[in-house]
Design a protein around this ligand. Structure first.
Ligand SMILES: [Zn+2]
Length: 102
């Protein structure tokens, strides 16, 4: 519920307008529905590019999610030179992805 910033009375919200019931002060209505639709239509950016799996070797690593014994494996070097690389694993069965720090 909104209140008039001028006199403090309750704002009457109609379909396309909002105005104070007491002094007639007109409020700008926020386009709430339009904003939420835009977010939903936004495409999610995938972390792992499609087709990358074929280039990664399959290793004996048990998936923590489905207990599958085979996983794709790759590494990623962190920006700092003295830091060790991060190991990535992706389950061949359920595609669950996780990482291991040295
Ligand atoms: Zn799995």
């Amino acid at each position: 519920m909104e209140f008039c910033p001028k006199c403090g009375s309750m704002i009457l919200v109609d379909k396309d307008k909002a105005a104070c019931a007491n002094c007639g002060y007109k409020m700008k209505k926020k386009p709430k529905i339009e904003a939420s639709e835009k977010i939903e239509n936004k495409e999610a950016v995938p972390i792992i590019k499609e087709g990358q799996d074929e280039t990664n070797p399959v290793v004996d690593m048990v998936c923590p999610k489905c207990k599958n014994k085979k996983s794709y494996f790759w590494t990623s070097q962190t920006r700092a030179a003295d830091e060790s690389e991060t190991k990535f694993y992706k389950c061949t069965k359920c595609t669950h992805t996780w990482r291991i720090y040295k």
